[in-house]
Ligand binder design. Structure first.
Ligand SMILES: C[S@@+](CC[C@H](N)C(=O)[O-])C[C@H]1O[C@@H](n2cnc3c(N)ncnc32)[C@H](O)[C@@H]1O
Length: 235
């Protein structure tokens, strides 16, 4: 990103906190949609440095696992929405799939922060398999007990304007809302067909096929530009 994203000070836009913000992908989406990100939190220096280069608001270098339910700082920021993508490695098909290695508990911490602050809305994002995990069952129980109505959906990036096949689970919560209330709005905006690389880059690529080294020999390595890219794990 070349320029810093200017913080939106419009009083009408809802105040958002981004937990486990990384380099700011989720923050950027909310910023572009007109929300006012007031602060972000992460504890990995390289990601924090990138985040600082991209945004003007503060990112706090905080280990969110050691707060011992001392969540006053979040309450003082008066967020109307809390968003976050807690670490997914322990749920991911690309990882060890042992949700008890420790990082899985950060999702529970996310739900504890939300239910301590009680913003009108929250959004938690994670890999698709998170939805079937015991940690998510626990997260769900905590959020439901606090009175949140939940809209839970798996979205494929290639149906959301990105030329990449990448599925992610999203749970939106509304305080005193009803379950599944956002689903029609989310589904209505999905494309009818996946976005291909050609759809995105047009004629700039003077090739029809490209090679990506397969992680497993059950997967192919040659891809057409008339399909979405497989999930990009790193550049
Ligand atoms: C899946 S990434 C978040 C990606 C981000 N939502 C985005 O859109 O770019 C998870 C983040 O959690 C952070 N994290 C892991 N453990 C943490 C902890 N104990 N406290 C704070 N942040 C932590 C990692 O540094 C990483 O940036």
């Amino acid at each position: 990103m070349k320029e810093k994203y200017k913080d939106d000070k419009k009083s009408s836009s809802l105040r958002v906190l981004d937990l486990f913000a990384g380099c700011g992908g989720l923050s950027l989406g909310f910023h572009n949609a007109g929300f006012n990100i007031v602060a972000a939190f992460d504890n990995w220096k390289p990601a924090i440095e990138v985040y600082q280069k991209n945004f003007n608001h503060q990112i706090f270098d905080y280990d969110l696992s050691i707060l011992r339910k001392n969540y006053q700082i979040f309450r003082e920021m008066r967020p109307e929405i809390i968003i976050g993508g807690p670490p997914c490695q322990d749920f991911s098909s690309a990882g060890k799939r042992n949700e008890d290695l420790g990082r899985g508990d950060l999702s529970i911490i996310f739900s504890e922060i939300v239910t301590s602050v009680l913003p009108q809305w929250f959004l938690i994002e994670n890999v698709e398999l998170f939805r079937k995990s015991n940690k998510y069952k626990e997260v769900r129980k905590i959020l439901k007990a606090a009175g949140y109505g939940l809209s839970e959906i798996v979205l494929d990036a290639s149906l959301c304007g990105v030329p990449q096949k990448r599925k992610r689970f999203f749970c939106f919560g509304e305080l005193q809302g009803t379950d599944e209330s956002l689903e029609p709005y989310l589904k209505k905006r999905l494309a009818d067909k996946p976005m291909t690389i050609r759809d995105y880059l047009g004629k700039k690529l003077e090739i029809q096929y490209y090679y990506r080294h397969p992680r497993s020999y059950q997967r192919r390595g040659i891809f057409s530009i008339d399909e979405p890219s497989p999930t990009v794990r790193r550049s």
